[in-house]
Every structure is written in structure tokens, then in C-alpha cells.
Design a binder for this molecule. Structure first.
Ligand SMILES: NC(=O)c1ccc[n+]([C@@H]2O[C@H](COP(=O)([O-])OP(=O)(O)OC[C@H]3O[C@@H](n4cnc5c(N)ncnc54)[C@H](O)[C@@H]3O)[C@@H](O)[C@H]2O)c1
Length: 329
């Protein structure tokens, strides 16, 4: 099978490519504009002739049409992120919504056998009830969430109108190796870990009672692949998450427990615009339809992330200076 992974040089995308390449049976095209992802994230496949890394901007509909030739399955992950959406909603709309439309149109023309749209729990907005199943109201709080929902709505409409075999996956907050730590792209777990390693304060925006359903990237990737292989989910949507909410105070403490030599304190700053207050997934549909079982709980996942960072070529001190220099929040 020929598989196209958009955003394949990013955090989740590169972990997905690793998993898809394990059996060496598929031809994989990694398409990315490297705006936030990097070639290093997929450099481990450089010697594999079945994995091709291609520079592509999904806003270019002619280039998208070209790359789609002969593709059987699409995992569409390319995205511009939530913090960028606060200051530049047009850019984020162009990539996340219009870019998705370009991919859907090209996939339809090429008779693609499965189009997996990687959506986000951000389409729900703050939880109105928990746990949040797939029928939870869709009230995104940020332009990012709105753009992800627009992509989702286009994807579903291509199934309903043209019969394109689309599956929508809604991952919740995902963490793990290669997650961004820097500036507006930086996510809370790598930021906390980098700060704790440098004895710098762990900064929480708001009072720290906000929760997220933190999911290890290995679980998210297994969920994405299972959803992409499941015929029952064609034209349908599924949550992928750990199925447990953790508040940010507890998360900070877990990081400090994992790094007991750290002298970091927890510091509270004003809440950020649009931040959701609570996310807690109901994953019973994924369990029932996909047999999905998340394997990594949060303490274990944070420990795995720290271990990976220690083995990587990253210098935590250098990481902190990048994080601070480009920290716009
Ligand atoms: N990280 C999470 O916690 C999380 C949670 C839920 C859903 N998701 C979804 O998972 C997917 C991947 O997210 P991620 O966290 O790996 O983000 P990421 O920023 O690491 O990856 C996105 C990739 O898209 C690429 N990209 C950006 N603009 C592009 C363009 N115009 N053309 C081509 N490529 C472009 C970037 O270079 C990057 O490699 C996204 O669809 C996101 O909405 C992520």
C-alpha cells in the first residue's frame, strides 16, 4: 500500500511514520513543509527506500494533487498550532481548513481507499459534561479548534456527498518523544520537564485546576492506525485518549516527583485566552469498535519522556534558553 502522511515530520506524524514503517511492507510518503516539523524527526528512515520525505505545502492545491497520485491511504496530520491561531487565525485557517479541502479533493480524484483525518479534542471546547464522548457538543474556544472542526466538517461532507471513505480521529492531549518544547509550539509536559531539569519555575497559566486527558504518543499512534484499518469507522468519528483527566497542579508535581533533584517551584500566571478548563475523554467507542486499550499511564509516560530526553542529543540547558527566548505566552 502507498500511504501518504501529511505533517509526517512533526511530533505525532513522525511517531506514526515509525510505526507504519515497522513491517517494511508499505510505501510511505512523508509530506511536510518543515515549518514546525523537521527532517531530523524522520532521519532514521533515510536509508529505507520505502520511505520518501517530500517538501509539500498543503496550501498549494496543485502540489497536493501531484503528491496524491497512486496513494491508497492518507493520514492527514499537517497543522498549524493553537498558539499561532490566537495571533494569526488566517494562517491557521488556510492550513488547517483550506489545506484539508485541497487534500480531500485530490483524494477523491485519486479514488483513495481511506482518508484518516486527524482532528483534535479542541473541537469540543471546554467539557460541558464528563467523560466526553463523541456526541459531546462541538463548541471550540480557539480559532485553532474552529479550523480543526472546519476540516472535520469538510471531511465528513466528502463522505456524505461523494462517498470518500473518511475516518475522523479525535486525539486528546498527546505527549512523548519529539514533542515541541519551544516558544508558541511548546507543550506543557516538555516545558515542565525542561524547566525542572534547569531548576526553573514550572509555569502554570491559571490556577492549575484545569485538566487534560494526557495520552502517550505510542497510544495515540496505535489508535490512529487501528482507526485507519477499521471498516466500521468509515464515515464516523472516534476519540483516542488515555481516558483519565489530570490537572496541571498534579502534572507539575508528577514531573517534580520524576526529577527529585529539581529545585523548581510551581509558579502561577494569568490564564491564557481560549484555554479549555476541562478535557476528559470517554473512550468506550474506541474500546468497543477498535479493541483500543491505552497502555501508558501518566507517571509512566512522564518517566519515559524524561528517559528519552536524557538519551537524546538535546541539551536541556540549550532547550531552556530556546524555550525562554521564544516564549510568547
Ligand atoms: N499534539 C497534540 O496534543 C494533539 C492533540 C490532538 C490532536 N492533534 C493533532 O495531531 C496532528 C499532529 O499534531 P502534532 O502535535 O504532531 O503537531 P506538529 O506541529 O508537531 O506537526 C504538524 C506538522 O505539520 C507540518 N505543517 C505545518 N503547516 C504545513 C503546511 N502548510 N503544509 C505541510 N505541512 C505543514 C509541520 O511542519 C509539522 O511537521 C494535528 O492534526 C493536530 O491537530 C495533536
Amino acid at each position: 500500500m502507498k500511504i501518504l502522511v501529511t505533517g509526517g515530520a512533526g511530533f505525532i506524524g513522525s511517531n506514526l511514520v515509525d510505526a507504519l514503517a515497522v513491517n517494511n511492507t508499505h510505501e510511505i510518503i512523508v509530506a511536510d513543509d518543515f515549518s514546525t516539523g523537521s527532517r531530523e524527526n524522520v532521519a532514521q528512515h533515510a536509508a529505507n527506500p520505502r520511505v520518501r520525505v517530500v517538501a509539500l505545502d498543503i496550501r498549494d492545491k496543485y502540489a497536493v494533487r501531484e503528491i496524491m497520485r497512486g496513494v491508497d491511504v492518507v493520514y492527514h496530520l499537517a497543522v498549524q498550532c493553537i498558539r499561532v491561531s490566537i495571533r494569526d487565525p488566517y494562517l491557521v485557517h488556510d492550513v488547517n481548513a483550506t489545506g484539508t479541502l485541497h487534500l480531500l479533493t485530490a483524494a477523491l480524484d485519486e479514488n483513495v481507499k481511506r482518508f484518516v483525518y486527524c482532528s483534535s479534542s479542541e473541537v469540543y471546547g471546554t467539557a460541558r459534561r464528563v467523560p466526553m464522548d463523541e456526541e459531546h457538543p462541538l463548541v471550540p474556544t480557539t480559532p485553532y479548534g474552529a479550523s480543526k472542526l472546519a476540516g472535520e466538517t469538510y471531511a465528513r461532507s466528502f463522505y456524505l456527498t461523494y462517498g470518500l471513505p473518511v475516518t475522523i480521529v479525535r486525539p486528546f492531549n498527546t505527549y512523548g518523544p519529539r514533542e515541541h518544547f519551544e516558544g508558541p509550539y511548546g507543550e506543557v509536559i516538555p516545558k515542565f520537564v525542561v524547566r525542572a531539569l534547569n531548576h526553573a519555575p514550572l509555569v502554570i497559566f491559571g490556577d492549575g485546576t484545569q485538566t487534560r486527558d494526557f495520552t502517550d504518543v505510542s497510544d495515540t499512534v496505535r489508535g490512529l492506525i487501528a482507526a485507519g484499518e477499521c471498516d466500521t469507522l468509515v464515515g464516523d468519528v472516534v476519540n483516542i485518549a488515555r481516558g483519565q483527566d489530570v490537572n496541571l497542579r498534579d502534572l507539575a508535581q508528577i514531573v517534580l516527583d520524576t526529577l527529585p533533584d529539581s529545585q523548581s517551584a510551581i509558579e502561577y500566571q494569568a490564564p491564557r485566552p481560549g484555554d479549555v478548563l476541562r478535557h476528559f475523554a470517554d473512550i468506550s467507542k474506541a474500546k468497543r469498535v477498535l479493541g483500543f486499550e491505552p497502555k501508558i499511564e501518566i507517571r509512566q509516560g512522564v518517566k519515559r519522556y524524561v528517559d528519552w530526553l536524557m538519551r537524546s542529543e538535546f541539551d536541556p540547558r540549550e532547550m531552556l534558553s530556546q524555550e525562554k527566548l521564544r516564549n510568547w505566552e
